[in-house]
Design a protein around this ligand. Structure first.
Ligand SMILES: *[C@@H]1O[C@H](CO)[C@@H](O)[C@H](O)[C@H]1NC(C)=O
Length: 219
C-alpha cells in the first residue's frame, strides 16, 4: 500500500508544459464554440459575414471546430508522449479495454453525427437551422450527450493504449469540461426549441381564429 502511495506523485509529470497545453486546448474548445454560437444567436454576426447565408456560416464554424478538435487531439497525444508509463496500464487487458473504448466512443460520435447531420451536430440551432423534430433513436436512446461521452471514451481509450496515467488525468479534465458544457448548452438549446414551439402554437392559433372568422362569415 505504502509503495503505491509513494509512486503516486510519479504517475503524472506536472512539470511538462505539453500537459498544460493539452489541458488548455481541452478547456478552450467548448468555451470557444459556446461564445461564438451564442454571439451568432444574438447578433447573427457570422451569418452576416457570409452574406446572409446561415448554412454557409454554420459550415464554416463546423470546419473551425473540427480543426480545433484535430489540434486538441494532436496536443493530447504529444502530451502523453512526454509522460511516464505505468505497468498497471500495460499488457493485454488494458490494451483490449482501450480498443473497446475507442470502438464504442467512435460509434457514439459517428452515429450521432449521422443522425444530426453537420448543421445539427455543429450548433446549427444557434444559426436558426433547427431540426424538424428531436432525434430519439440510437445513440440518443442510450445517452443524452453521445458526442461528449463518446469523445470522453476515446480519450480514455487512448490513455490506456499509451499506458499513461496522465491520459486518465486529462480524460478527467475532458469529462469535467463536457459536463460543464452540457449544463450551459442543453438549457439554451431547449430554450431555442421552446421558442419555436410557442411560435408554431401562435401561428396555428391564428389559423384556427381565421377559420372561426371564416365560419362566422358562412353563417
Ligand atoms: C435504441 O434504438 C435502437 C434502434 O434505433 C435499438 O436497437 C436499441 O435496442 C435501443 N436501445 C435502447 C437502450 O433502447
Amino acid at each position: 500500500m505504502s509503495s503505491i502511495l509513494d509512486s503516486l506523485p510519479g504517475l503524472v509529470d506536472f512539470s511538462q508544459k505539453s500537459l498544460l497545453l493539452s489541458a488548455g486546448a481541452i478547456a478552450f474548445n467548448p468555451t470557444f464554440w459556446n461564445i461564438v454560437a451564442r454571439r451568432e444567436y444574438r447578433t447573427k454576426f457570422l451569418t452576416r459575414i457570409f452574406g446572409g447565408n446561415s448554412q454557409a456560416a454554420c459550415y464554416a464554424l463546423a470546419a473551425t471546430i473540427f480543426s480545433l478538435g484535430l489540434l486538441r487531439d494532436f496536443l493530447y497525444e504529444r502530451a502523453l508522449r512526454d509522460q511516464p508509463s505505468h505497468p498497471a496500464l500495460q499488457g493485454p487487458l488494458p490494451t483490449a479495454a482501450a480498443y473497446v473504448l475507442l470502438a464504442f466512443g467512435n460509434i457514439l460520435v459517428l452515429s450521432s453525427t449521422w443522425q444530426l447531420g453537420i448543421t445539427g451536430t455543429f450548433l446549427g440551432d444557434y444559426f436558426g437551422i433547427l431540426m424538424d423534430s428531436m432525434v430519439t433513436g440510437f445513440p440518443f436512446n442510450v445517452t443524452n450527450a453521445p458526442m461528449y461521452y463518446g469523445s470522453t471514451m476515446s480519450f480514455l481509450g487512448t490513455a490506456l493504449l499509451f499506458g499513461k496515467p496522465a491520459g486518465i488525468f486529462l480524460t478527467g479534465v475532458v469529462l469535467v469540461v463536457y459536463l460543464v458544457a452540457i449544463q450551459f448548452e442543453n438549457p439554451f438549446t431547449a430554450g431555442i426549441y421552446a421558442k419555436r414551439e410557442r411560435e408554431r402554437a401562435k401561428a396555428s392559433g391564428m389559423k384556427s381564429n381565421a377559420k372561426k372568422v371564416q365560419g362566422k362569415k358562412e353563417l
